[in-house]
Design a protein around this ligand. Structure first.
Ligand SMILES: *Cc1c(COP(=O)(O)O)cnc(C)c1O
Length: 212
């Protein structure tokens, strides 16, 4: 099946109020062009360098989402153009994004990444630390960064009960905030994530095929 066929099948499955981020990491420009031709405008990348290169070589109406862990010293490279940063997991990163956004005369929307998975390797804030950042005066004082929601990655498992539990925990925390965007769900678990209240899914493999 072609990229555009897979994309249109997924688009049909996703409710209107759920935003599809096509995760194009490791995929060539050609693959993105095919998805673009099919109407997709939002793409997700997890490496700064790769996203910068793709941004330079593709149409400027693409909205680039940085979905992976972001190192502070790399924020400056994406600050001029990034449209949403999903993986903010410290106040220090938020502060750096604010600083670089200011230099570029813009406000950068961000999501706080919450750790909901069991695996020790996944980045993210605890609910407690997220709450501290959300409520801190220092956060409210940042003028060029806007937290618009939360992001979470569930455990890599087929266990639906566990996935459901993890998505539910993030959704119930989200419901206590006033945010509008809840980024959860990937190729293997987006249907469940949507059932559990996701407003933004990040789908790579199911659109572009497996990665090397
Ligand atoms: C790679 C990645 C995805 C997409 O994963 P697929 O399983 O290929 O859909 C989503 N979110 C993040 C943070 C990723 O790094």
């Amino acid at each position: 099946m072609s990229i555009s066929n897979r994309l249109s099948n997924i688009a049909k499955e996703i409710p209107q109020n759920v935003t599809l981020v096509a995760v194009s990491k490791t995929k060539p420009i050609k693959a993105i062009q095919e998805a673009y031709a099919a109407g997709q405008r939002i793409f997700g990348e997890n490496r700064v360098q790769e996203m910068v290169e793709k941004h330079e070589n593709l149409p400027k109406d693409i909205q680039w989402h940085l979905i992976g862990h972001l190192q502070k010293n790399k924020v400056k490279y994406i600050a001029p153009f990034v449209s949403l940063i999903h993986g903010v997991d410290s106040f220090a990163t938020l502060k750096e994004i604010d600083k670089q956004a200011k230099k570029n005369n813009r406000t950068i929307p961000c999501l706080l990444q919450i750790k909901i998975a069991e695996e020790a390797t996944k980045f993210g804030l605890s609910f407690e630390n997220a709450e501290q950042i959300i409520n801190a005066q220092e956060t409210k004082a940042l003028s060029n960064v806007e937290i618009i929601g939360l992001m979470g990655m569930a455990t890599f498992t087929d266990n639906q009960t566990q996935l459901k539990k993890e998505f539910e925990s993030l959704k119930s925390f989200f419901d206590k905030t006033e945010y509008k965007t809840l980024s959860m769900g990937m190729s293997g678990d987006y249907q469940l994530a949507i059932q559990e209240g996701s407003t933004m899914v990040r789908i790579g493999t199911a659109i572009f095929g497996t990665r090397n």
